[in-house]
Design a binder for this molecule. Structure first.
Ligand code: TRP
Length: 447
């Protein structure tokens, strides 16, 4: 493992891990799920899930990764060789490829919207035109396939050259820039007439809307947004030095990630309600409202184009680390070259991304799957982005508690010698709260 790169500094690691966590999950997925699930109620359950489930699982993954110095499959094998436990790792790898497949479709949308915004498409169009532009956009098969292919190609070219050094530097610049743009947009959005109705939707929970789906989608989103349940944080942990404080790092990543998501909501909902647009439009929500804002702001063309570039870059840091999961597995365990592994797995993601990219109206079958009555992209998002990451997190919790044992994990978590004051609470969470809660929410979906 001597050849394994290490992060250059404490801040470097936090920003790189946050760069993986912050992405379309925060700016595209969080607002659309919150809008669909009653707004404030979803936000409340989401934040609870981040604290009660997300943080403990993140510590489990980081410590498992650092203790073994291995990839998403190798870590399980290192601790229990000759058993089937490493199948958790296979699930991680498959989940990463599948998430990458539909994630790249949405990432392609950000590229398309960068070009559209820069070209002046949204200069003075009203909300109906903006919605029409979006519908036409996702229903163009050639364009959708092209954008998907471009995005996967970008990801593969970077990953095939080996990443961590460049990635770390890059996140240091991009994250603060993205944050700054979001703050500006929020200030603008909050001053729009009618913004207070959006704020009420976003902040005043309506408990009569509570149902099983809200819980599953909030829980799944917490894991998805923190990049948990698919071996990503595990792999990141394997690059961490023993001097690093895991608890502080995990807390920082969660705080940064959650702030970006909440900020996105403060932009989207006031603007939506000021335009009398519905919050429950599904995956297209952000792409239907943001251009309306850019059409109104002075200098909105450039500002909007800049926004979509930053969003595309945030998506790129996420797709890079998504692809890194299967790639480091193939390099370490199957002795493939980095180049070959990156092209192979990128190719697989492209193949599985095709139905998602054609599910916005261009191919009828994918746009409304007969048995499910939803489009392929929404189905894939639900299966891999909600259910599989929850199952993955459940399995990691079970593995750490029953196979690796919590005393070993705790020793790793406080390896830098600082001690871990919340150790008891963590044990309680990872041993009882996480498995039980995840199980109950998952099972309630199927009965
Ligand atoms: N957290 C990322 C986002 O919010 C998406 C994601 C999920 C991810 N799992 C990952 C990114 C693993 C990198 C690695 O956009």
């Amino acid at each position: 493992m001597a050849s394994r790169g290490k992060w250059s500094s404490h801040v470097g690691f936090i920003l790189a891990a946050a760069g993986s966590a912050v992405g379309l999950g925060n700016i595209w997925r969080f607002p659309y799920l919150a809008g669909k699930n009653g707004g404030a109620l979803f936000v409340l359950i989401y934040i609870a899930c981040v604290i009660v489930l997300g943080l403990p699982v993140m510590l489990a993954e980081l410590s498992l990764g650092r203790a073994t110095g291995k990839n998403a499959v190798g870590a399980f094998r290192a601790i229990r060789p000759g058993t089937k436990w490493h199948w958790i790792g296979y699930l991680n790898v498959v989940t990463a490829v599948m998430v990458l497949s539909f994630y790249s479709v949405i990432a392609g949308w950000t590229l398309g919207y960068f070009v559209k915004t820069l070209g002046g498409t949204f200069k003075s169009t009203g909300k109906d035109d903006v919605v029409a532009v979006f519908s036409r956009f996702i229903a163009s098969p050639g364009l959708q396939l092209l954008l998907l292919a471009i995005f996967i190609f970008l990801t593969v070219s970077i990953v095939s050259k080996g990443v961590s050094a460049g990635l770390e530097k890059f996140s240091k610049v991009m994250m603060p820039a993205l944050f700054a743009i979001l703050i500006l947009l929020m200030v603008y959005s909050l001053t729009l007439p009618g913004a207070e109705r959006g704020l009420a939707f976003y902040l005043k929970p309506d408990f009569s809307e509570i149902n099983g789906r809200v819980f599953l989608e909030a829980m799944g989103q917490a894991f998805f947004s923190l990049s948990l349940g698919m071996g990503a944080m595990l792999t990141y942990g394997s690059y961490l030095s023993k001097k690093e404080k895991l608890v502080a790092s995990a807390a920082w990543v969660a705080v940064i990630d959650t702030s970006v998501a909440l900020l996105a909501g403060f932009i989207i909902f006031p603007a939506l309600f000021s335009q009398n647009m519905a919050p429950d439009q599904g995956p297209g929500l952000v792409f239907a409202i943001l251009p309306v804002i850019f059409g109104k702001i002075p200098g909105g063309t450039l500002f909007g184009a800049f926004f979509f570039v930053m969003l595309a870059l945030a998506a790129l840091t996420s797709t890079i680390s998504l692809l890194e999961i299967p790639v480091s597995f193939l390099i370490d365990e199957k002795k493939l070259t980095r180049r070959r592994a990156a092209w192979l797995m990128g190719g697989a993601a492209l193949l599985f991304g095709i139905p998602s990219s054609l599910s916005g109206g261009s191919v009828k079958f994918f746009s409304r799957l007969p048995a499910f009555h939803i489009d392929f992209l929404s189905l894939w998002d639900k299966v891999w982005g909600n259910i599989s990451v929850s199952v993955g997190s459940l399995l990691i919790a079970l593995f750490v508690v029953h196979v690796w044992k919590t005393d070993k994990a705790l020793a790793e978590i406080s390896a830098e010698g600082a001690g871990f004051r919340l150790a008891r609470i963590w044990i309680l969470a990872i041993k009882y709260v996480c498995p039980l809660l995840i199980l109950v929410v998952l099972v309630s979906q199927f009965i």
